[in-house]
Design a protein around this ligand. Structure first.
Ligand SMILES: Nc1nc2c(c(=O)[nH]1)N[C@@H](CN(C=O)c1ccc(C(=O)N[C@@H](CCC(=O)O)C(=O)O)cc1)CN2
Ligand code: MG
Length: 287
């Protein structure tokens, strides 16, 4: 058996085309959705992601502003930048690229972002709204995964969904979204005993640990849908996921590749969230 490839790049292009149409409709009302991206330091991967976010905005017709700050910027200076963006009417979405340098308290910085501009969906208010079934902004990576599952017609009601990795950015919000869709959710972490016993039960398996090859083909239920969130750079420069692709593809029913799977969807859903923020403000003005 060879798994069907879930093409995140192609689906992200479709989502971005939809976003462009919504941007045009907003522009007819005199509103250009604006995204501010704050990057602190010179992490090479973060620089690529931030560049790609700005390029995606430009292509879809959104206004973007990238604020690059030196690695030794103080937390107070960063908080001042966030406050300035909170007050800027041309900006509908704000994100601070993670990871932040070690001397910063990321939670404190995220909590400083106005919740109605928090297009990453990381603010405690947005995490709480998601948990209680009233999402304002869904975190972009899990939101993109839900779009992929929908596009692939994966039945989630009553399905066994297993998530490996319990981060605030991916694992925990992913659990909430799958639960809301009717799946029975198991959230594994680094202390989970006999990980394979958990993953082998999964109809839908989401792996987000940052550990290359943590899931191998023998840990997958035949026919399962496997979503690989990992992006790990090998010594030879190749990108690999958290799932050992070659053994997994002989067992799974469908699988996301790395690159070209979940990553492009993260950026597409960021645009969706930013347009939604602008649409919400436009609707509020017209009440
Ligand atoms: N504030 C945030 N920080 C981080 C987030 C986030 O959603 N918000 N997620 C990740 C990084 N990330 C977006 O910021 C991201 C990672 C990867 C990709 C992507 O398109 N990957 C490509 C490969 C790109 C490459 O060549 O390196 C792929 O998988 O095909 C997009 C966004 C952590 N930080
Ligand atoms: Mg810290």
């Amino acid at each position: 058996m060879t798994a069907r490839l879930i093409d995140g790049k192609a689906l992200s292009d479709t989502v971005k085309t939809e976003v462009s149409k919504r941007v045009l409709a907003l522009k007819k009302q005199g509103i250009t959705p604006g995204l501010a991206v704050v990057l602190v330091g010179d992490d090479p991967a973060s620089q690529v992601y931030v560049r790609n976010k700005a390029a995606a905005c430009d292509k879809a017709g959104l206004h973007s502003r990238v604020i690059r700050l030196a690695a030794d910027t103080t937390e107070g200076e960063l908080l001042d930048v966030v406050q300035e963006l909170n007050a800027d009417r041309s900006i509908h979405g704000i994100l601070v690229q993670l990871p932040l340098p070690a001397h910063m308290n990321a939670s404190l910085v995220i909590e400083a972002i106005a919740a109605d501009k928090d297009v990453d969906g990381f603010h405690v208010s947005n995490a709480g709204l998601l948990m209680t079934g009233q999402p304002l902004f869904r975190p972009c990576t899990p939101y993109g995964i839900m779009k992929m599952l929908e596009a692939e017609n994966v039945a989630l009601r009553g399905a066994e969904a297993v998530i490996v990795g319990a981060s605030n950015i991916v694992g925990k919000p992913m659990a909430m979204l799958l639960l809301a869709a009717g799946a029975t959710v198991t959230l594994c972490n680094s202390k989970t005993r006999d990980l394979g016993a958990q993953t082998r039960r999964a109809d839908v398996l989401v792996v987000a640990t940052g550990k290359p090859g943590i899931v191998t083909g023998d840990m997958i239920k035949p026919g399962a849908v496997v979503i690989d969130v990992g992006i790990n750079r090998c010594a030879d420069g190749r990108l690999v996921g958290d799932v050992e692709f070659d053994s997994a593809k002989t067992v799974a029913g469908a699988i996301t590749p790395v690159p070209g799977g979940v990553g492009p969807m993260t950026i597409a859903m960021l645009l969706v969230n930013t347009v939604e923020a602008a649409e919400r403000r436009a609707a509020a003005i017209h009440i």
